[in-house]
Design a protein around this ligand. Structure first.
Ligand code: NAP
Length: 276
């Protein structure tokens, strides 16, 4: 019997507790957690993600303030806006929606976010702290995945995890989080050779490639834990799940697995920032 890691219902359950924490902050401290979302340009997918994050804030009784900047925004202009949000005492957390238009130095802007408000876990400092096992807000997608694995009591220690993808917001932090839980981690990317053979050895496979059904079902060994972070308009992820999920120990469905946990983690970390 395999376990379906149902991110949608885990996130929904957690929202009840988050609502209570927001109520306590409001009643006992007179604070309302505020997430500032910064959207640069008019990419429709990014606009949808920002909207979903704003809706999630509302559901738990938090506030979100939307900052929308034009496609032509410069690095300096964005840096000024981030500094303003850093010094705004009412703002608990800052989310700069990735990706920003190509003329902007995204790394510089991410790193301008005060680490205490880096609830999306995108700064180099936050990544370093997390990697060293120090207190830090984890990058939301991999942190959400770790929370999901923990929710289903899946043992990670000593397991061989293969993470396919090494992006700064997903593959790299994912690998460090698994390593911190004593998994043995292999990180794969576009220059990796014999990818199929590496995936075939994995007890835990994380698909974070961005190509629909890139990882084939027959690469996945029996009894593996399958985490599919991909999400594509054709309602599939980066792993050809249909052909391997029945043989797995546990898997994340697409949609309804990793996605809801990402937003839930952002909300959780914003509440934590406000509590601090
Ligand atoms: P990304 O920045 O495009 O990174 C993709 C990674 O895959 C890169 O490290 C790249 O390697 C690697 N890759 C590309 N082609 C490959 C190949 N042929 N063989 C092996 N590796 C290959 O993407 P991302 O932002 O990490 O996102 C990955 C996926 O997760 C996407 O489907 C995205 O939609 C999804 N995602 C979901 C959420 C969520 O909340 N559910 C959040 C973020 C992302 P190189 O480094 O060598 O280029």
């Amino acid at each position: 019997m395999h376990i379906v890691m149902d991110g949608k219902s885990v996130a929904k359950e957690t929202e009840e507790t988050l609502k209570e924490r927001v109520d306590v902050l409001k009643k006992e401290k007179g604070f309302v957690p505020i997430l500032a979302t910064v959207l640069v340009g008019d990419d429709p997918a990014s606009a949808t993600y920002v909207k979903m994050k704003g809706n999630a804030c509302e559901r738990v009784g938090m506030k979100s303030v939307k900052v929308e900047l034009p496609e032509t925004t410069t690095t300096e202009e964005l840096l000024r806006k981030i500094k303003e949000l850093n010094s705004n005492k009412e703002v608990s957390g800052i989310l700069l929606q990735h990706p920003v238009p190509s003329q902007i130095d995204e790394r510089k802007c991410f790193d301008a976010i005060d680490v205490k408000k880096d609830v999306d876990g995108v700064t180099c400092l936050g990544f370093g702290n997390m990697s060293m096992g120090e207190k830090a807000y984890g990058s939301c997608t991999p942190q959400g995945i770790m929370r999901l694995l923990e929710h289903y009591n899946l043992e990670l220690e000593g397991k061989h995890a293969v993470v396919v993808g090494r992006s700064p917001i997903l593959g790299k932090p994912m690998a460090m989080m698994l390593l911190n839980k004593n998994a043995t981690v292999t990180i794969c990317h576009s220059k990796t050779q014999n990818l199929e053979n590496l995936v075939k050895k994995a007890d835990i496979v994380v698909g974070a490639v961005g190509i629909p059904k890139f990882i084939k079902g027959d690469w996945i060994k029996d009894g593996a834990i399958i985490v599919d972070a991909g999400y594509h308009p054709e309602q599939c992820g980066d792993i050809d799940l249909e052909s391997c999920k029945e043989r797995s120990l546990a898997y994340t469905p697409v949609p309804g697995g990793v996605g809801p946990m990402t937003i839930n983690t952002l909300i959780l970390q914003t509440i934590e920032a406000c509590e601090l």
